[in-house]
Write a protein that binds this ligand. Structure first.
Ligand code: PPS
Length: 318
C-alpha cells in the first residue's frame, strides 16, 4: 500500500514557487500526525500504512537485532556493538551516521526514509534496530534464530526522555504538556505502545530465544562489565586496549559531540535539536527533576499493579 505522498525529486533544480509551496505542504503533512493502531499497538501512520513491508521483512541468520523501547539506550548500545564489529576502529565507525550503520527497520517515512529498503541494500552481517514489541517482530527473526540484544531503561527516565524527544522529533504527534504526556505514557498511548508490555514481553521471549537483556542503569554503573557481556554474547575477542578505546568513544561526552552518533546529521525537519538535543543528559534519575510528588505517588501505585506478575526489577537511580 503506498501513501500517495511524494516529496518530489530532490535532484531537480529550481522549483517554481508553486512547486516549493506544494513540497512544503507535502513535507508538513508527513509530520505530527495521529498514531495508528497496528495489532493493538500505536505506531506512526506511515509504518501502519506500509505494515506489509515490515511484517514480511526477511531477516538473515547472521543479522544482529538491537531491540528497545524508545529512549532506552538504543544509540548507545548500537555504537558499542558497531565498534565491537569493527575491532574498535573509530575511523571506520565514523564513516557514516549511526542511523545508516544500524538502520531502524520499521521506520518508513514516505520520500524520506525506508528501513526495510535500506537493510535490503546492506551487506551482511547487518545490525538492525527495532522498537517493535516482541509480538510484532517480523517472524523471520525468530525463524532465522537471530541473536537479539534488548536494552531496557527504567520507566521514569524513559518517559522524561521520551517527552523531550516527542517535542524535537516531528514524526510524533504533539506531546501536550508534561502532565498530559505522562498520562498518555502510562496509558500506553504513545508511539510503540505500553512500556510495561514492551519490557515484559521481551523478558518472556528470553526464555525461548537467545536474547541478551541489558539495563541502561547497569551500563551507566559499570560500562566495562556490560561491554564484556556484549562481547561474550557476540563471541568476539575484545582486547583490553580495544575495550578502553570503545568505552572512551561511546561515553556520553564523546557521543554527544560526534556528528555520526548524535543525530545531527538527520534533517532538521525531522529532528530539531534546538528544541531539545537528541543527546540530552544521559543520566539515571533525571525523572526527579520532572515528576511532582503527586505524579510520582500515582505513577508508583499504577506501576506496582502493572508489573506485579513480572520478575523484572528496575533501578530508578544508581
Ligand atoms: S531512540 O530515539 O529511541 O533510539 O533513543 P535511544 O538511543 O534509545 O535513547 C536516547 C537516550 O539515551 C541517552 N544516551 C546515552 N546515555 C548515556 N551514555 C551514552 N553514551 C548515551 N548515548 C545516548 C540519550 O542522551 C537519551 O537519554 P536522555 O535521558 O534523553 O538524555
Amino acid at each position: 500500500m503506498g501513501s500517495g505522498i511524494h516529496l518530489g525529486d530532490p535532484q531537480s533544480c529550481c522549483p517554481t514557487e508553486t512547486e516549493k509551496g506544494s513540497r512544503m505542504e507535502a513535507k508538513e503533512s508527513v509530520f505530527r500526525r495521529k498514531l495508528v493502531d497496528v495489532h493493538g499497538v500505536p505506531l506512526f501512520w506511515s509504518i501502519a500504512e506500509e505494515w506489509g513491508q515490515v511484517e514480511t521483512f526477511q531477516a538473515k541468520p547472521d543479522d544482529l537485532l538491537i531491540a528497545t523501547y524508545p529512549k532506552s539506550g538504543t544509540t548507545w548500545v548500537s555504537e558499542i556493538v558497531d565498534m565491537i564489529y569493527n575491532d574498535g576502529n573509530v575511523e571506520k565507525c565514523k564513516q557514516d551516521a549511526i542511523f545508516n550503520r544500524v538502520p531502524f527497520m520499521e521506520l518508513i517515512i514516505p520520500g524520506m526514509s525506508n528501513g526495510v529498503a535500506k537493510l535490503g541494500n546492506m551487506p551482511s552481517p547487518r545490525l538492525v534496530k527495532t522498537h517493535l514489541p516482541a509480538q510484532l517482530l517480523p517472524k523471520s527473526f525468530w525463524e532465522s534464530d537471530c541473536k537479539i540484544i534488548y536494552v531496557a531503561r527504567n520507566a521514569k527516565d524513559v518517559v522524561v526522555s521520551y517527552y523531550h524527544f516527542y517535542k524535537m522529533a516531528k514524526m510524533h504527534p504533539e506531546p501536550g504538556n508534561w502532565d498530559e504526556f505522562l498520562e498518555k505514557f502510562v496509558a500506553g498511548e504513545v508511539a510503540f505502545g505500553s512500556w510495561y508490555d514492551h519490557v515484559k514481553g521481551w523478558w518472556e521471549k528470553k526464555k525461548s530465544h537467545p536474547i541478551l537483556y541489558l539495563f541502561y542503569e547497569d551500563m551507566k554503573e559499570d560500562p566495562k562489565r556490560e561491554l564484556q557481556k556484549l562481547a561474550q554474547f557476540l563471541e568476539k575477542e575484545v582486547t583490553e586496549e580495544e575495550a578502553n578505546r570503545i568505552l572512551h568513544h561511546t561515553s556520553f561526552e564523546e557521543m554527544q559531540k560526534n556528528p555520526t552518533s548524535n543525530y545531527k546529521m538527520m534533517p532538521t525537519a525531522e529532528m530539531d535539536h534546538s528544541v531539545s538535543p537528541f543527546m540530552r543528559k544521559g543520566i539515571a534519575g533525571d525523572w526527579k527533576n520532572y515528576f511532582t510528588v503527586a505524579q510520582n505517588e500515582k505513577f508508583d501505585k499504577d506501576y506496582v499493579d502493572k508489573m506485579k506478575e513480572s520478575t523484572l526489577l528496575f533501578r530508578m537511580e544508581i
